[in-house]
Design a protein around this ligand. Structure first.
Ligand SMILES: [Fe+2]
Ligand SMILES: [Fe+2]
Length: 211
């Protein structure tokens, strides 16, 4: 679809992204099933619910700024459901110790059961952990979410560490004085790391190191 052609400034893009998330994610956002994610933490003090909504907004923002011909319905629904695994992954007695590798499949299964998902949404959910899971996304919507997820996760983790060591207030003052957003800066570094990982993956594939 084409709502693009954005000569939008950052503020307008963020506003438009939020509107798109509500427009295409309404059914999911208004459901009691999706609310369950408020019971589980993702990174730092962010619940899986907040993380998923933030990833949807960031994905829409990236799509508006850098991509054309994006299927916004699949993009936003896929982003909202990408971590719909519905358990506390910090739990020490969890039978499944390799959450990072297995939760995309679990999320896809739960999402299909509770909301019904199309083929694109399934790819988005199942491939979002690339390069931790080795099969890369094959559609642009899945690439966008793969990147947005890393940006949000890094931001949340760094923010959580800063709060934990008691430097949050100090950092806020520093940010206000020097206009430097350290978690945002680090999330940009995370994106560079993804690009590096993808490059390594392609080179390895060329050399026949992956089947
Ligand atoms: Fe995930
Ligand atoms: Fe995520």
């Amino acid at each position: 679809m084409s709502i693009l052609n954005t000569n939008n400034n950052t503020h307008d893009t963020a506003g438009l992204a939020s509107k798109l998330v509500y427009k295409y994610g309404k059914e999911i956002l208004n459901s009691k099933e999706f609310e369950q994610q408020k019971n589980f933490f993702q990174h730092g003090d962010h619940t899986v619910y907040k993380h998923s909504v933030d990833v949807a907004k960031k994905s829409a923002e990236l799509a508006l700024k850098y991509f054309h011909d994006v299927d916004y319905s699949s993009l936003i629904r896929g982003a909202l459901l990408h971590d719909y695994f519905l358990y506390d992954w910090h739990e020490k007695n969890l039978p499944n110790k390799i959450h990072g590798f297995t939760h995309p499949s679990k999320a896809a299964k739960n999402a299909a059961r509770d909301f019904g998902i199309n083929h694109k949404e399934k790819i988005i959910i199942k491939r979002h952990m690339f390069p931790l899971t080795p099969i890369p996304p094959t559609i642009r919507e899945a690439w966008i979410i793969c990147i947005a997820d890393k940006m949000c996760a890094t931001h949340e983790t760094v923010r959580g560490i800063i709060i934990k060591i008691g430097l949050y207030e100090l950092l806020k003052i520093f940010n206000q004085r020097h206009h430097i957003r350290i978690p945002k800066l680090l999330s940009k570094i995370a994106v560079l790391d993804i690009i590096r990982s993808i490059y390594t993956f392609i080179i390895n594939k060329k050399n026949g190191d992956f089947s």
